[in-house]
Ligand binder design. Structure first.
Ligand code: TXA
Ligand code: MG
Length: 350
């Protein structure tokens, strides 16, 4: 299949003809990868069962893993959900458009192919102007998982999408690097007390300020294999580089020392070190990459790109610093530990 490549420019927007072409592909049941503020999405018409099937096929994703429907305005919501709980209203007022996905009871219109057989549906209204214009022009809710091959790190640039899906989808919209870098926070509002099914840029504390008591899905911790996460997608090893990764947690100085010691056991070209702007200079052996700055809070944005870069360099093992005290630590540590298959070594406190 030929894949078209078009651009969305933050200042100039779309070229009118190209936007129309993208919208037509969606209406005809084709697939368009597009930028959002979190990660790139792989879009298809969320109401066409055939489009959902194509998405699963292109990604190589298990079809029991439900998709998120993306809308461009609140008016599009009533057609796809059975009811709108009060707490959901409050959350939408506060966080839409933005990096928050809400789980509702689905309406009859939404096919089970989109929801992976569930009676609930995930809905998100993205903030990204390019995403919103595309959805509005298509005139349909756009089902969009992250635009990566299943199991690989989510794409934060159009080039990442190209690496995974070139020739498998109809179009890629290049909107440059995304702003946030990890997927949306997912909140289940079908229960009295909302439950966070996937941590993201919008934190538990921010949600509590708006909706009162909120719980974390106990399956998220990944500590007890008996307790499964409620979001089907969270159970897979995911976001993962090809190398085996271990996270080292403890006082930063000790972490650096331990990573140096571990890395020395491998040839320099085979060992990756996931460091930060503040610490890169302390490592001298291995493929050392900075994920971003602890001080400037850019870890979240750099994470997936760095994991992909380790793949490009062909490293076989990765040792990573840990970020338990970062501003968005829930989301960062969730993705990092999933990429590491929950492999973590704790060093004693000072
Ligand atoms: O930021 C994002 O949310 C990105 C961009 C493209 O919008 N999308 C995204 O989609 O991350 P995806 O498919 O990679 O992740 C969707 C997650 C999966 O873990 C899935 O299991 C969960 O949402 N999910 C979808 N529908 C659900 C439902 N009805 N109940 C529980 N979890 C659901
Ligand atoms: Mg994904």
């Amino acid at each position: 299949m030929d894949t078209e490549w078009i651009r969305f420019d933050a200042v100039k927007g779309y070229q009118e003809k190209e936007l129309e072409q993208a919208a037509q592909i969606l209406r005809r049941g084709g697939l368009v990868a597009f930028p959002t503020e979190t990660v790139y999405g792989l879009g298809g018409d969320g109401l066409q069962p055939e489009a959902a099937k194509r998405i699963y096929e292109a990604k190589g994703r298990p079809s029991d893993n439900p998709l998120i429907l993306h809308i461009s305005s609140r008016e599009e919501l009533p057609a796809i959900v059975a009811d709108i709980p009060k707490k959901a209203e409050a959350l939408m007022d506060a966080f839409w458009p933005g990096p928050m996905t809400l789980i509702f009871q689905k309406s009859k219109q939404v096919p089970y192919e989109t929801t992976g057989g569930l009676d609930t549906v995930a809905v998100r209204m993205p903030q990204h102007e390019g995403a919103r214009q595309l959805i509005a022009r298509a005139g349909v809710p756009v089902a969009a998982p992250s635009a990566n091959t299943s199991g690989r790190p989510s794409p934060t640039t159009a080039e990442h999408v190209k690496e995974d899906l070139w020739g498998r989808i109809d179009m890629i919209i290049d909107g440059g690097a995304v702003g946030i870098g990890v997927e949306s926070t997912i909140v289940d509002v079908t229960e009295d007390v909302p439950v966070i099914l996937r941590p993201g840029h919008i934190t538990k504390q921010m949600i509590e300020e708006v909706a009162g008591e909120v719980r974390m899905d106990p399956g998220l911790a990944g500590e007890n294999p008996e307790v499964k996460p409620k979001a089907p997608g969270m159970k897979y090893r995911h976001y993962a580089p090809q190398a085996q990764m271990t996270v080292i947690e403890g006082p930063l100085k000790a972490v650096i020392g331990r990573i140096c010691e571990l890395a020395a056991r491998y040839p320099a070209e085979k060992v990756g070190i996931l460091a930060t702007d503040e610490t890169v200079a302390y490592y001298s052996h291995g493929q050392v990459l900075s994920v971003g700055s602890r001080k400037q809070h850019t870890i979240e944005q750099g994470l997936y790109g760095v994991l992909r870069e380790f793949d490009h360099r062909g490293v076989e093992v990765i040792f990573s610093e840990s970020f338990p005290e970062e501003e968005r630590s829930e989301a960062i540590m969730n993705r990092l530990l999933k990429a590491a298959g929950q492999r973590i070594e704790y060093l004693p406190k000072e």
